[in-house]
Design a protein around this ligand. Structure first.
Ligand code: NAD
Ligand code: MG
Length: 391
């Protein structure tokens, strides 16, 4: 039995992971589940999966959960806060850690899992965007296995030569083709983007996801963060990565070789596929995902990305080329901007503008330590918040 801890089990990726586990109960057992504030939801998951530990970040929610668990007579031990997250991410009885907290909040527990040498199932791309070198060094040092859950990176992982991890991008690979759907506003007239609502932005045509990543998909900041994520995961530069808009999300990314071969990974747009892939790797196991139907009007279209419509693509390219703490600054400003948009305090088109303003205000430093990264993250949030507050 493989022990697994799910950081962020009440979210979209967390729930999909539990669905995969529910179909593989003879292979996986849930050691720990964590959530931010949703005690009721985490309690239901505890009843169903009986983990040894459950962590609530919020103190009141932790008390609530504790009470419910006692009443129900469950053996699950409740922990609280960041310390609790780090404790369960590093337990000796846990082989795999699903990193599915959204945003910078996932950095420290995910890094702790990497340092503890776990198989890290990485959904939380923000952690890698912020701390790329430190994170990859931690993986190397501890011998952790870092397996991408992001569907594109999981696809690239499947299409790269098996030995790519042993060196720099292997000779023979010409380019990584990072696909993205273009989100809900791919064809919206440019002058209407200003007025789109959070609900419109969160209505992704192909994927059902948490609200933050849904907005990121609508601005294509998600693809920008994924560009940075891919540079770290596959030890390459943005020069070797081409973004390809593919509205149907059937191909999840591709690798092009020097002989003209292009390998693509295809499947239904359902995160249970990359989750099951990474959990079972190097084997395969059933995920519960529907089969692709090639005979029911399947169509595959491709377009160049539109940098005018999606300025976040340009900003993230700039951030990774600037390097140092700039990706962390970009990420922090984006988190504040997205939340302000969801709270209806910022227009949709204001997201990219705010991120750019913060990037112009701050200067990048060498990302020499976690402390430096967290400092610039905090400062970028402050700068971004004060711009939002000033209206
Ligand atoms: P979500 O909003 O649905 O879930 C987020 C989870 O994180 C919840 O369990 C929540 O309790 C927890 N959380 C939120 N704030 C927290 C905090 N401050 N401290 C601790 N825990 C906190 O998000 P999601 O869509 O599941 O995405 C999770 C991560 O996976 C993101 O980094 C996202 O970019 C990545 N990802 C998601 C998808 C997808 O299909 N949803 C695909 C690829 C990558
Ligand atoms: Mg993705």
């Amino acid at each position: 039995m493989t022990g697994i801890c799910i950081l962020g089990s009440t979210g979209s990726i967390g729930v999909s992971t539990l669905e995969v586990i529910a179909g593989q109960k003879d292979r996986f057992r849930v050691v720990a589940l964590t959530a931010n504030t949703q005690a009721e939801r985490l309690f239901e998951q505890c009843q169903r999966f009986e983990p040894e530990f459950a962590v609530m970040v919020d103190a009141d929610a932790a008390q609530q959960l504790q009470k419910k668990i006692k009443q129900a007579g469950l053996a699950t031990e409740v922990r609280q806060g960041l310390d609790g997250l780090i404790e369960v991410a590093t337990l000796p009885q846990t082989e795999q850690v699903m990193a599915a907290i959204v945003g910078a909040a996932g950095l420290l527990p995910t890094l702790a899992a990497a340092e503890a040498g776990k198989r890290v199932l990485l959904a939380n791309k923000e952690a890698l965007v912020m701390s790329g070198q430190i994170f990859m060094d931690a993986v190397k040092k501890s011998g952790a296995e870092l397996l991408p859950i992001d569907s594109e990176h999981n696809a690239i992982f499947q299409c790269l030569p098996e030995d790519y991890q042993t060196g720099r991008m292997q000779a023979g690979v010409r380019k990584i083709l990072l696909t993205g759907s273009g989100g809900p506003f791919r064809n919206t007239p440019l002058d209407e983007l200003q007025g789109v609502t959070p609900d419109q932005a969160c209505a992704h045509p192909n994927w059902s996801m948490g609200r933050k990543i849904s907005v990121d998909s609508a601005t294509m900041m998600n693809k920008g963060l994924e560009l940075i994520e891919a540079c770290w995961l596959f030890d390459t530069s943005p020069d070797n990565i081409e973004i390809v808009v593919h509205p149907q999300s059937i191909i999840h990314s591709m690798v092009e070789y020097v002989d003209g071969s292009v390998l693509a990974q295809m499947g239904m747009p359902d995160m249970r596929t990359p989750i099951a892939h990474a959990m079972a790797w190097p084997q395969r196991m059933a995920s519960g995902v529907a089969r692709l139907d090639f005979f029911n009007s399947m169509q595959l279209d491709f377009q160049k990305p539109d940098y005018e419509r999606f300025p976040c693509l340009r900003l993230s390219d700039e951030a990774i080329r600037t390097a140092g703490t700039m990706p962390a600054i970009l990420n922090a400003a984006n988190e504040i901007a997205v939340q302000a948009f969801l709270d209806k305090r910022l227009a949709f088109t204001g997201i990219a503008k705010l991120v750019e303003q913060v990037m112009r205000t701050m200067s990048s430093r060498a990302a020499a330590s976690l402390a430096v990264i967290l400092e610039d993250d905090a400062q970028a949030r402050e700068v971004a918040s004060s711009i939002v507050n000033a209206g």
